[in-house]
Write a protein that binds this ligand. Structure first.
Ligand SMILES: [Zn+2]
Length: 312
């Protein structure tokens, strides 16, 4: 399979049955399990059927069971188009726009996007090594104050972001405030001891020097880059936070330009969305689509869970 744009995707998935077959084939790679007897080795998809047959217990079950598509009446073809748009639009897509594009209600489009964001979460627990840039951003708050970051930190949500220069991966987390008690645990969890950490001169990061090779640039004094030299005068590395700031500008362009606003309650999901696109930016569209489709397992997200307070 290969497609480079929406037209080619829709050519590839001409009918609902094409999507069902494709989803089933992808799920085989994840060892799709029979929900009745838990057998994972003897299922097949009868021709022109949307139900998988278990050869062992003879049960029939929906190819959507145990995925984010379970409990959804939306055709998979619409889901696939939504997924493609979600993954390939660098700034994301609003639920209003998606609703128009695939002809569903805005409420349905919002729910679909929230499900896609939910599985965009980064499950990688390994700690960064090498060099990691760290910075905070302040998001949300009222639209009129969006340029006055410093003045309105209290009504904004603080996000800490980490970009590893070696793997070129980003992670970002909502934190209660920008105090060191909230920031430092995220660094300890995500960065190996003794690795290089570059930040700005914010004093919340001062304690990092105990565990890391911590270097910083003084943004307040107009310093945005400093060359660290070796003994013989060569440049060992450049101390700056350009990569994480590049990520923040992408995130802010999307959040303010496309979504206009993201509530404090849901902001981690939007952050996950932008992290996922950033981390898969070197993949081709169809590779990213396929990767993403492997994530749809076991994520049944109930509407009540989305509108309630449950979110880890
Ligand atoms: Zn079975």
């Amino acid at each position: 399979m290969n497609f480079h744009n929406l037209i080619e995707l829709m050519d590839y998935f001409k009918t609902e049955q094409d999507c069902i077959k494709y989803l089933y084939e992808r799920r085989i790679k994840n060892n799709i399990k029979c929900p009745y007897c838990n057998c994972s080795c003897c299922s097949y998809l009868p021709k022109n059927s949307n139900r998988v047959r278990c050869k062992k217990c003879k049960s029939l079950y929906s190819v959507r069971i145990g995925t984010i598509f379970q409990d959804s009446n939306i055709p998979l073809r619409k889901w696939f188009v939504a997924m493609y748009i979600y993954l390939s639009h660098k700034k994301g897509i609003s639920s209003y726009q998606l609703a128009k594009d695939i002809s569903v209600t805005q409420k349905t489009a919002w729910f679909m996007l929230q499900r896609l964001r939910q599985i965009s979460k980064d499950y990688n627990q390994s700690r960064f090594d090498g060099t990691t840039e760290i910075d905070e951003a302040y998001l949300g708050g009222s639209e009129t104050n969006k340029h006055a970051d410093k003045k309105n930190k209290n009504e904004k949500t603080c996000i800490i972001g980490l970009v590893n220069r070696d793997t070129k991966q980003v992670r970002a987390y909502k934190v209660i405030s920008n105090e060191k008690e909230n920031l430092l645990p995220k660094v300890y969890l995500n960065c190996k001891d003794k690795s290089n950490i570059f930040t700005d001169s914010y004093n919340g990061y001062d304690d990092l020097q105990k565990h890391y090779n911590h270097e910083f640039v003084k943004h307040c004094a107009g310093e945005y880059n400093r060359d660290k030299k070796t003994k013989d005068g060569r440049i060992a590395y450049k101390i700056n936070t350009n990569s994480i700031e590049g990520f923040w500008s992408q995130l802010k362009r999307g959040l303010y330009g496309v979504y206009h606003w993201a509530s404090n309650k849901h902001i981690q999901r939007y952050v996950n969305e932008f992290c996922y696109r950033y981390n898969t930016r070197t993949l081709q569209d169809f590779e990213r689509f396929n990767n993403f489709l492997l994530r749809v397992e076991n994520e049944t997200l109930k509407y009540n869970c989305l509108i309630g307070k449950i979110y880890g």
